[in-house]
Design a protein. Structure first.
Length: 554
């Protein structure tokens, strides 16, 4: 949630914009002059250990109430099912129209609290959330649909096209992508989450003020916190407040033993999506390629993959740059440097010209000091806890192997068409089991092997070139470094096919395929080991000289 919410006071009362600030007393409303914070803050907010004169001030009453992390009334605690957050491709994040508060409902607890900045591109945020929340069911349902097409093809229920002198299937590709994409967009998860614009009334000044003051209570009632991390997050005052309140309410996070704090880089969603599209297109090209000669097929496929590789390399380099910039901000984080809207306008409301009597920064500062002892202690907690969460969840290479498998799942769907086609053709049926084994080998090890080398090269060459041409050369260099590994895998398969073809016809195709599997596994294992050792040596000095990545990734 961005601390820019206060800037809404400069807009028309009837404009429906994302909630752009937290300071309750300068909420835009038709009856703005009638809003009295003293009525919004209950008498229970006055704590016994607070000086009686100070407790009567608005600031003291606000701070005292927020520190308690108790709801002012049960009805103010509202949540929204996750599927409504992502409805219409995350409309709540990118549209400036509509009242989304009516979609929320009363609750006593939240499965997840979404903490994000409104300063980033909405489509990147929506894409990340859809991949995080709907990506796994999309992979499972898409793959299940593709496997079902394999079965239906065997019974002759589906038409195909002629390739290699027999009927070829394309249904696994079509159905897998259709079901996968539909699930990604329309999957209905009923997890209850907190999203600022949907769970805090944006059109009723009093309810908005009360909702803002209950943020701490909502975080305390949340089972987990999802931080959409980007370069601007550490600069947003109220984003940092949400993190502080969650750390206070859930001390087990600071011990590093709990994964209820989820920190996900904004660019991760776009990177994964790009990889999914590229591998699916490569597989589909292999299915629809009309050539019959093996060398021609592989030549065209490699040319096609070169263009896709350039797109992927460019995207991954951008991902590492954004991650580096975000982590540099993290290592330099200080609460006093966070952007505060009311301070930026010299505590004068642009809409009314009236002085802003309660400063957002002072509210946050006093809460943080009460919870952590001092601002410096809180600064240290943010740097260490968030860095640990990033290391734990992204791994030493900042792109986990499990994410790699999930991203390349769409490749399985067109490859299943080969299995179905070979299984359906009597003279080619002996190839079906070997192809099924090889598909798994490619997915588990064959593709991750060159991808691992490519990730390392993209990380080393992540800095943007001084010109577009030089930047393109860096992207091309990533391909040149990773390509030999991919060629080794392809050459290994061609070698197996050429040298064991007679044995395959004799029924030894399974053993030949297992030989291919073993070779891919060994190559991948060696690449990962070398990658981790290179990370430790190559990036250790760089991390010590400048804050490129958290030291745990070195």
């Amino acid at each position: 949630m961005s601390d820019e919410m206060s800037s809404r006071s400069s807009t028309s009362p009837n404009e429906d914009l994302p909630m752009e600030g937290h300071t309750a007393h300068h909420v835009v409303s038709d009856d703005f002059e009638d809003i009295d914070l003293e009525e919004c803050v209950p008498d229970e907010a006055e704590l016994p250990d607070v000086d009686s004169d100070l407790a009567k001030t608005r600031l003291a009453r606000l701070v005292a109430m927020i520190e308690r992390m108790e709801p002012t009334r049960p009805e103010i605690m509202r949540a929204v099912p996750l599927h409504r957050v992502l409805a219409c491709v995350g409309k709540v994040f990118w549209t400036a129209e509509g009242d989304f508060f009516q979609l929320s409902k009363e609750t006593t607890s939240y499965d997840e609290f979404l903490s994000h900045s409104w300063q980033v591109e909405s489509w990147k945020k929506v894409l990340l959330l859809m991949i995080l929340k709907n990506g796994f069911p999309a992979s499972v349902i898409g793959t299940s649909g593709a496997l079902l097409m394999v079965v239906l093809w065997q019974f002759g229920f589906l038409p195909g096209f002629v390739k290699l002198e027999f009927q070829f299937s394309f249904w696994c590709s079509v159905v897998g992508m259709t079901l996968g994409l539909s699930t990604l967009i329309f999957w209905r998860s009923h997890r209850l989450v907190f999203v600022d614009r949907m769970c805090i009334n944006q059109f009723d000044g009093r309810m908005k003020a009360e909702g803002i003051m209950n943020i701490g209570a909502m975080l305390k009632a949340s089972k987990s916190l999802l931080v959409v991390w980007d370069e601007s997050y550490a600069d947003r005052l109220w984003c940092i407040f949400e993190l502080a309140a969650f750390l206070k309410a859930h001390p087990e996070v600071s011990s590093g033993k709990s994964r209820i704090l989820q920190v996900k880089p904004l660019m991760l969603g776009f990177t994964v999506c790009n990889l999914c599209v590229c591998v699916f297109l490569a597989g589909t090209f292999g299915v629809l390629n009309p050539a019959e000669d093996l060398m021609v097929i592989w030549s065209l496929l490699l040319l096609f993959m070169l263009f896709e590789g350039l797109s992927l390399s460019h995207t991954v380099r951008g991902y590492y740059r954004s991650l580096e910039a975000s982590n540099r901000k993290l290592q330099q984080f200080e609460l006093r440097h966070s952007f505060c809207w009311c301070c930026s306008v010299n505590h004068l409301n642009p809409a009314s010209g009236q002085p802003i009597q309660v400063c957002d920064r002072e509210i946050v500062r006093q809460c943080v000091t009460s919870w952590f002892g001092s601002e410096q202690e809180f600064d240290h907690s943010v740097r260490s806890v968030v860095a640990h969460a990033l290391k734990q969840q992204l791994g030493c290479d900042a792109f986990p192997y499990t994410w790699m498998l999930g991203s390349t799942t769409p490749l399985l769907w067109p490859l299943f068409d080969f299995v179905a086609s070979y299984q359906g053709a009597e003279k080619m049926r002996y190839l079906a089991p070997s192809w099924a084994i090889r598909i798994l080998a490619y997915w588990l090890w064959g593709i991750p092997f060159p991808a691992t080398v490519g990730l390392f090269a993209a990380r080393c060459l992540r800095e943007k070139g001084q010109s577009r041409f030089r930047d393109f050369l860096k992207t091309l260099l990533v391909i040149i470094i990773a390509a030999p590994c991919g060629l080794v895998v392809i050459g290994w398969q061609i070698y197996i096919e050429l040298n064991f073809f007679d044995e395959l016809q004799s029924g030894h195709e399974t053993w030949a395929s297992l030989l291919f599997v073993g070779g891919c596994a060994v190559m991948f294992w060696a690449a990962r080991k070398a990658y981790h050792l290179s990370n430790q040596r190559f990036f250790k000095n760089r991390s010590s000289s400048k804050a490129s990545f958290p030291s745990g990734w070195s």
